[in-house]
Design a protein around this ligand. Structure first.
Ligand SMILES: [Zn+2]
Length: 272
């Protein structure tokens, strides 16, 4: 199955049962590996069926390891780096010293390095897959083709409220010398404006978000991310949205809002 999105900016090509969603704007950059994997092609049983990539939410750890192994094999990566996602705004710089401090788990065909609590990873290291797990939250890829630096950001509504996207772009600028106008960004399938109801938004969301209300109590977090990325200096034409709601597509995506007990999708980006 080859699935081209209406704006032709993103495609979803099945391979060995896996269906990584890819953006043409990132696929056209040399030396970059990326994909947001759908729930298809894994070995986990319901309610984690089938490509659940998170340990510790009730799924069998052997199944999770096999699922991550399929992603590692598909991407050709043997090193995956992740953090303990806590809906905060810390950005982990993945360098040799970071990897040395990580909790390392060796599985068949790949090693998983898990760092401390953070919600974004940035690196200039080649062959290290930055792994973010989501079920309604956004995974946002950032790539600087000039400096050869990448980031992967976990941004749910709390991350949005904390502007983790802006903070990640600031770190890329300060730490790696990236120019925001060179960055290419892609926002994964995630909670869409159709389903993002916040009945207590006046308490939960900053007033600056209220103008993104699409109908009473429903918010467009895709537009919020686009706004935060442009505020951080990205060019609008370099920001790409999957435009797919995880809640609305149970056949393709895990959704915490929809199912509560469920798996986590993997978003992976690496420099080759
Ligand atoms: Zn929806």
């Amino acid at each position: 199955m080859v699935w081209i999105m209406p704006d032709k900016s993103v495609s979803n090509r099945e391979s060995n049962g896996l269906q990584p969603l890819q953006w043409a704007a990132l696929a056209s950059l040399p030396g970059l590996i990326h994909g947001v994997f759908t729930r298809r092609g894994g070995v986990s049983r319901p309610p984690y069926d089938s490509l659940n990539t998170a340990f510790g939410n009730g799924d069998h750890p052997d199944a999770v390891a096999r699922n991550l192994g399929r992603i590692a094999s598909h991407t050709g990566l043997t090193t995956l780096a992740a953090v303990r996602q806590v809906h905060g705004d810390r950005v982990a710089v993945v360098d040799e010293a970071f990897l040395a401090r990580c909790d390392r788990r060796d599985h068949q065909g790949f090693s998983l390095f898990v760092g401390p609590e953070a919600d974004a990873l940035a690196t200039a290291l080649p062959r290290v897959g930055l792994l973010v797990r989501i079920a309604d939250c956004q995974a946002v890829f950032l790539a600087d083709p000039e400096k050869r630096v990448i980031a992967n950001v976990h941004s749910g509504w709390r991350g949005s409220a904390a502007d983790i996207l802006g903070k990640t772009v600031a770190l890329l600028t300060e730490r790696f010398g990236c120019r925001p106008e060179s960055l290419v960004a892609a926002v994964s399938p995630s909670l869409g404006p159709c389903c993002a109801e916040f009945r207590h938004f006046e308490k939960e969301l900053p007033p600056s978000f209220w103008k993104f209300q699409v109908r009473p109590t429903y918010f467009d977090f895709w537009a919020i991310s686009r706004s935060q990325l442009t505020a951080a200096g990205l060019r609008p034409e370099n920001i790409h949205l999957a435009g797919q709601c995880t809640v609305c597509h149970p056949d393709l995506y895990f959704s915490y809002r929809r199912d509560r007990v469920t798996g986590r999708l993997a978003a992976v980006i690496a420099l080759s």
